[in-house]
Design a protein around this ligand. Structure first.
Ligand code: PMP
Length: 369
């Protein structure tokens, strides 16, 4: 082994869901939004002045910070913008989790948290979720170096009410509590108003899910001016220009169109609810989802088998070969047509069905074998 290899930082990277190289896939595996971004984004893209690419972008991301602050009724000093919420979360771990005491997050949650903790050498502890996959708030009452909770949680989709989260924030005034609200627009009440009550609360959001912009990479955090100033200092010590110019412009356009945003959310929530009911009719246990995905397990069919058979039919869902959740599928809510094809394909796996569908087109035929 070469001498230098001893000094290489070794990490076990986060593994994102598969991005297929072809178009003929019904993609229900990475919680993307099946609808396009707001029409204003397309217009801004078509009219983009590419000459401006000569210049560095605004390191303070002023326009987008103002648009977000305006939309959520906060001050610009309470908003931090980054390259997707992964960037915002990574930056937050680096900034706020700097204690000898372990940070806390559940055993089943977004699988990037332990990757960042390892990367930044932050000690961590993962209290087990209860049997019903809900958090036990008593687990978050012991001395710690910080707390991070996804709400709704991933991959379980479960939403924890504000009053429970508030108990955790209140009991931990000595450490920063990060609430990752990547999926909050699809179901729950946000803890956002509490940033004015607790200076240790950081709320993290993304444009990737509810605003259909996973490919543009925009995330943001909202919290007390003290938290945001600390985040900005660390970011500016690492990379001044995280947000590129087109992303800033597109983000502003997305925030402007609230009617489109709300309409898209409503469609996804309706599709989610009826897909859940259909899965339940087929013998699946489906957790109550506050997100744009469902977490489901079948009483007889192993999740891994369903995952593999769906994949053969070019329908991708997510399967985690991990303790406690290895008999569950995480299914992103797509368009109604996509979910019809998905349900039909599951029926085909389960029963004597032959189901012919085309990606992007309605089901062509369903026949008994
Ligand atoms: N938090 C949670 C809970 C997520 O599931 C995801 C999506 N992988 C993210 C954060 C990151 O999303 P993005 O970086 O696209 O904003």
């Amino acid at each position: 082994m070469s001498e230098w290899m001893k000094n290489v930082r070794k990490t076990e990277p986060y593994v994102p869901g598969e991005q297929p190289k072809t178009d003929n896939v019904i993609k229900l595996n990475t919680n993307e939004n099946p609808y396009p971004p707001a029409p204003g984004v397309r217009k801004a893209c078509a009219g983009m002045d590419t000459d401006r690419f000569r210049l560095y972008p605004d390191p303070d991301v002023t326009q987008l910070t103002e648009a977000i602050a305006d939309y959520y009724g906060t001050d610009t000093s309470e908003v931090f913008v980054g390259v997707g919420s992964d960037d915002v979360l990574a930056m937050s771990f680096l900034t706020f989790f700097n204690s000898d005491k372990p940070i806390l997050f559940p055993d089943i949650t977004y699988s990037f948290y332990d990757v960042w903790a390892e990367l930044f050498r932050i000690p961590y502890k993962r209290p087990a979720l209860k049997d019903d996959f809900r958090i036990d708030i008593n687990d978050y009452m012991e001395p710690n170096g910080g707390i991070v909770l996804a709400n709704p949680n991933a991959p379980t989709s479960l939403y924890e009410p504000v009053y429970n989260i508030e108990k955790i924030i209140k009991a931990n005034s000595g450490s920063v509590v990060i609430i990752d609200e990547a999926y909050i627009d699809f179901g729950g009440e946000s803890v956002l108003p509490l940033i004015h009550k607790y200076d240790n609360l950081l709320v993290v959001r993304t444009f990737s899910k509810s605003r259909s912009m996973a490919g543009v990479r925009i995330g943001f955090a909202m919290g007390s001016p003290l938290l945001i100033a600390a985040l900005k200092d660390v970011k500016a010590s690492y990379n001044s220009y995280t947000m590129n110019m087109p992303a800033i412009t597109f983000g502003v356009e997305a925030v402007k169109d609230d009617a489109y945003f709300k309409n898209t959310l409503e469609k996804i929530i309706n599709t989610r609810n009826r897909t859940k009911a259909e899965l339940e009719q087929m013998g699946f246990a489906v957790l109550d989802s506050g997100a744009n995905f469902l977490f489901a397990s079948h009483e007889k069919m192993p999740a891994k088998m369903i995952f593999e058979k769906l994949r053969e039919k070019n329908i991708y869902v997510r399967y985690f070969d991990k303790p406690r959740i290895d008999n569950y599928l995480r299914i992103t809510v797509g368009t109604d047509d996509e979910m019809d094809a998905f349900i039909c394909a599951v029926k085909e796996i389960k029963e004597n069905y032959v189901c012919v569908f085309q990606v992007g087109v309605k089901i062509l035929s369903v026949d008994q074998k």
